[in-house]
Ligand binder design. Structure first.
Ligand code: PRP
Ligand code: URA
Length: 208
């Protein structure tokens, strides 16, 4: 099974380029993150299970499909929040479980500060949402938490990834497919993705 999915969609490429621009203000940045999340989620959910059902139309019976997998959206606070709303509109039945982690800017290690998971897993497919996969520490820690919780089918959806983060995440969780808009060049000496887009949380929430 292919585990790294880099989007090749022209809309994704266009919106990502707008997102990267230093001139893009928080309002537009939030819209673009929302739209990119939708596009990436569309690709990441292509293998969800359905069951055949019959729909009664005004003209007769149509043979169709109904989604059977139950979905959990797990945004990593804070920046992952920007990816929830668009996806949730498309899948209103999804449950949203928040995990709070921030990256210690000196050690680059994730620090956990919030976890709102219920005692037992309530969903079949978990989509972990975070715009940035840099060293991979935050993604790995989140997936560790989800697996301890009992989640068995997990996908990671990010807008940008560094090769270093992809390698680390794959080494720690080889069963987790990674969906990204683009794989960038490298991490700089302070753990930022280059060329990247800067600090996703700050640009989303206007806190730079
Ligand atoms: C950013 C980003 C990821 C993490 C990626 O969050 O949203 O969660 O860094 O870096 P990593 O792959 O090296 O762990 P940050 O820690 O800046 O927190 P914030 O979203 O609250 O600003
Ligand atoms: N977190 C961000 O927001 N941006 C990066 O480039 C790396 C981590």
């Amino acid at each position: 099974m292919k585990m790294i999915h880099e989007s090749n969609h022209p809309l994704t490429k266009h919106k990502l380029t707008m997102l990267r621009k230093i001139s893009t203000k928080p309002k537009k940045f939030r819209e673009l993150v929302r739209e990119l999340a939708l596009l990436l989620c569309y690709e990441a959910t292509a293998d969800l299970a359905t069951t055949p059902i019959t729909a009664q139309t005004p003209m007769g019976e149509a043979h169709g499909q109904e989604l059977t997998d139950t979905i959990g959206l797990i945004p990593i606070l804070r920046a992952g929040l920007g990816m929830v709303d668009g996806i949730w509109e498309m899948m209103p039945g999804a449950e949203v479980w928040h995990i709070g982690l921030y990256r210690n800017e000196e050690t680059l290690q994730p620090v956990s500060y919030y976890n709102k998971l219920p005692t037992n897993p309530t969903v079949q497919v978990c989509l972990v949402l975070d715009p940035m996969l840099a060293t991979g520490g935050s993604a790995i820690a989140t997936i560790d938490i989800l697996k301890k919780w009992g989640a068995t089918r997990i996908k990671f959806v990010a807008i940008l990834a560094a090769p270093e983060g992809i390698a680390a995440l794959q080494a720690a969780h080889p069963d987790v497919p990674i969906h990204v808009a683009h794989i960038d060049d490298h991490l700089n000496e302070i753990g930022y993705i280059v060329p990247g887009l800067g600090d996703a949380g700050d640009r989303l929430f206007g806190t730079a």
